[in-house]
Write a protein that binds this ligand. Structure first.
Ligand SMILES: Cc1cc2nc3c(=O)[nH]c(=O)nc-3n(C[C@H](O)[C@H](O)[C@H](O)COP(=O)(O)OP(=O)(O)OC[C@H]3O[C@@H](n4cnc5c(N)ncnc54)[C@H](O)[C@@H]3O)c2cc1C
Length: 509
């Protein structure tokens, strides 16, 4: 295969931007790169805004990144190369924001077992459902495994290997925090891949955790990437060994903005906003039609949500499943109070499990932003900042009808909830309310098998003219998005495999 020389990347979220960044850095300088973004800004769901006279930072999308795993290292490497290290705000593993995590169940805030033995024991003894989990953890290694690559819901898997209350309470809360999704619909294989793999390989999650090491599940490509990154970023990675979470002085958007600024300085890169792609045509080259013009490419990399790609394909039936998974909508209500200490507890915040009764406003969780990132505002530690997240899978039916509650109602409901859950009676000094429509893709059961079919269909029908990256496929976190874009580019540059789709992981089973 001759390597494409003229790339058009669709979508200017973190996946599209990082794809352009890796291509611009590592492909020969003769490679032409054009990125087309439909809206009037880059960054996609990454949105950090400063509000009001005091320029308070509110995050409407991602608010923290994790340094762990291959994705964590890849993003830190990028941060280093973009000279963003002076702006880093890191939270260490011994910080209250990391140690203190809560859920709201059934009618109060409960601290989850922390890192210290004493506090873990205390929270287990004081909470009946945690106490009930202990026997299920002890007996898990004796439960017969299902080792036939069978996918099932998160709820089915956790209930089968542990117990119902663990899936109904702990895991459903966690899933509200990551996917805003329903544990009874999401695929264990594609969301908690490590747990799934542990059962497949060791027959038990607990046995696997005890027997495996960090390297056990890394592909050769992951290992090669890690080796290069570790060698090039020794100092930063050593500092980050003790870090659990991080962001930047001006929020996560500092990352996407730094990528955009870097790309603007590259002669072979063109970035265009206000270019909504409406149609693709495949012939000798690919023609890309937007509301602003027609462009040509040897190869198109779609970093769009899979449903958006579905709508611009010339023949819808040439690629299966792009339209299968829905995405959920989440209402984000950011609030800042003019007092530093109005919270009854210190920590990262709390999540609300699906099984919590009396959750009429469908709150998914509340983040204590001023505890998690206390230094992003001036003067620091002056405000209490909170983010209430509502909706997700609970909004599915109103999302279809586009019948969301108004911003006033969402604000009022948030204030009511904070009064009830946290005893906060003050009026917020600043607030921001937004509904992020269709923002988090939901990997329903069977996602992996569908990706496999999609991979072979791209190979067959669009050989070397189309590949995909983005949150619709291999993970929704910023780390996942950047890692998958990096791998896509490195596959192109190494000519291996000789047809790149972005989904080749399905071939290494
Ligand atoms: C509320 C919220 C909180 C989150 N919190 C975290 C967190 O704390 N940590 C974390 O790691 N992750 C978090 N995530 C997940 C993460 O932010 C996203 O999964 C990630 O940003 C998705 O990036 P993407 O580039 O794949 O997709 P997107 O951001 O959706 O980018 C796709 C881009 O394509 C453009 N586009 C769409 N259709 C067209 C078209 N036809 N033509 C041209 N352009 C088009 C869109 O305008 C958009 O800019 C959060 C997500 C949300 C919504």
């Amino acid at each position: 295969m001759s390597r494409p020389n003229n790339f058009v990347i669709l979508g200017g979220g973190i996946s599209g931007l990082s794809t352009a960044w890796y291509l611009s850095r590592y492909a020969p300088s003769s490679t032409k790169i054009l990125l087309l973004e439909g809206s009037n800004r880059f960054g996609g769901w990454i949105k950090s805004k400063r509000v009001g006279k005091h320029k308070i930072l509110f995050e409407q999308g991602p608010r923290t990144l994790r340094p762990n795993g291959v994705g964590g290292s890849v993003v830190l490497d990028m941060v280093n190369k973009l000279n963003l290290t002076p702006s880093l705000h890191a939270v260490t593993k011994d910080d209250d924001a990391v140690k203190n995590r809560f859920i709201y169940y059934p009618d109060r805030i409960i601290k989850l077992p922390g890192t210290s033995l004493l506090s873990s024991l205390k929270s287990i003894i004081m909470n009946n459902f945690l106490l009930k989990s202990i026997p299920s953890i002890l007996f898990e290694p004796f439960i017969k495994p299902q080792k036939n690559n069978h996918d099932e819901t998160i709820h089915e898997f956790i209930s089968r290997r542990f117990n119902n209350s663990m899936s109904d309470i702990l895991i459903s809360a966690l899933i509200h925090g990551i996917y805003a999704g329903d544990v009874k619909k999401l695929s264990i294989r594609s969301t908690f891949t490590r747990l799934y793999d542990l059962e497949q390989r060791y027959g038990s999650v607990i046995k696997g955790l005890l027997m495996s090491n960090k390297e056990a599940f890394l592909s050769q490509q992951d290992k090669d990437l890690l080796k290069i990154i570790n060698d090039e970023n020794k100092e930063l990675l050593a500092i980050f060994k003790n870090v659990s979470l991080y962001s930047f002085k001006d929020g996560i958007e500092q990352l996407s903005s730094a990528i955009v600024n870097d790309l603007k300085n590259r002669e072979n890169v063109q970035l265009k906003t206000n270019n909504q792609v409406t149609k693709l045509e495949f012939g000798e080259n690919v023609k890309i039609f937007t509301n602003d013009g027609i462009y040509e490419a040897d190869h198109v990399i779609s970093a769009l949500p899979s449903r958006a790609l579905y709508h611009i394909l010339p023949k819808k039936d040439t690629l299966p499943h792009l339209n299968y998974n829905p995405s959920v909508s989440v209402a984000i209500i950011n609030l800042a109070y003019a007092h530093p200490n109005i919270l009854p507890v210190k920590g990262f915040g709390y999540l609300i499990p699906q099984s919590t009764p009396n959750n009429p406003y469908h709150v998914l969780g509340v983040v204590f932003d001023s505890d998690a990132m206390p230094l992003q505002d001036e003067p620091s530690r002056t405000y209490t900042k909170l983010t209430v997240m509502m909706g997700g899978h609970y909004f599915n039916s109103i999302s279809e009808k586009d019948d969301f509650p108004s911003e006033e109602i969402l604000l009022q409901r948030s204030i009511e909830i904070l009064e009830k859950h946290l005893g906060i009676y003050s009026t917020p000094l600043y607030y921001l309310v937004d509904i992020q429509k269709n923002c988090i893709p939901q990997y329903y059961v069977g996602h992996y098998s569908r990706l496999k079919e999609l991979h072979y269909a791209i190979k067959r029908n669009y050989t070397n003219q189309l590949s995909v990256t983005g949150a619709s496929y291999w993970g929704v976190s910023v780390n996942d998005c950047v890692l998958n874009s990096a791998k896509l580019v490195f596959n192109f540059l190494s000519n291996s495999p000789n047809v790149v789709t972005g989904l080749e992981k399905v071939e290494i089973e």
